[in-house]
Design a protein around this ligand. Sequence first.
Ligand code: SPD
Length: 365
Amino acid sequence: MRMPVILALVLALLAALALSAAACSAPTTIYFYNWGEYIAENTIADFEKANPGIKVSMKTFDSNEALYQTLESTSFDVIVPSDYMVARLIKEGKLYKPDMAAIPNNAKYNDPRLKAVAFDPDPAVSSQMFDYAVPYLFCTVGLIYSTADVPAPASDEPADVWAPLFDPKYKDRIGMYDSMRESIGVALNVLGLSLNTVDPAELAKAKDMLIAQKDDVRPIYGIDELKDKYVSGELAAGVAWAGDYVMCLDKLEEAGKDAGQLGFALPKGTNFFVDFLAIPKNAKHPAEAQVFIDYLCRPEVSLADSEYAGYSTPNLEAQKSLPEEIRSNPALYPDDAAIASLEVYYSSDEIDEKYSAIWESVMAH
Ligand code: SPD
């Protein structure tokens, strides 16, 4: 028997209403592009529970340059560039200027001392960084080494600290980051040069050093995958963000091994960096991105992320809950004088082009 027309119309209307109600209540998904192993395991699930209207889909990258490349073709809502990449993205007009009133936990808890660091030679760019981006975690760069294989450096002179990385005695057992600023930075630091030099003769020396290292030492290039190789003893030494060293200590503890197996040394004039949370200009959901960033600035969340990743939290309230041996470690929480003695990376067209060319030559060698 045929359904009366009026009944069919009513049923169709009800179905349409049900569909649109479902669509209205469907959560918004924000796309989060983060470093690998850089957020506590529960943070995203806890955020989604606290904010049922927002889902977070995370993808990871392992260098600022990879992040930059991907941004060319993909839209994300929240990204985690380091300081010099924030400056580059601001200069290129690629960041959205968030409503900081919607991210109150940043002003409430984040250490205002970071604003005093000159992250760009142009003070106008440096000061704008805090209008566009919110500090997430920070750290320093140093030498990680197996205390059984490598003697502690004789001093904090860069040539002493980085010596094992160029010593053929450790052939096939040296880790280098597959990240141009860190690896070129090691060579420049050994040579007593600025980590931002654009002098062709100085850069040529750094390039030669990295090429000779490739021939003589055959380093393993990687990022997160290096950590297990330090923990297992496969690698004798390498360049490491201090946070990665802390994660290695956690891994040693989990494996029931002695934390004294690994040492860390900070050379004079090495890199100090801050990784920021930022919203790209082509983000589809900037309002929800701000809600997520504000959540990441909560003291208990920042503490959990810092403890998981091993990197330092800028959240002053979270810092109060840190164990004393972490809070007083100058590689993790350098004081003002120590920060001033370290160097941040800068970005400029000249730096970006020259350093990329060196890195391509080293990798292609
Ligand atoms: N698990 C890797 C975490 C890397 C953190 N960022 C390092 C940025 C150095 N400029």
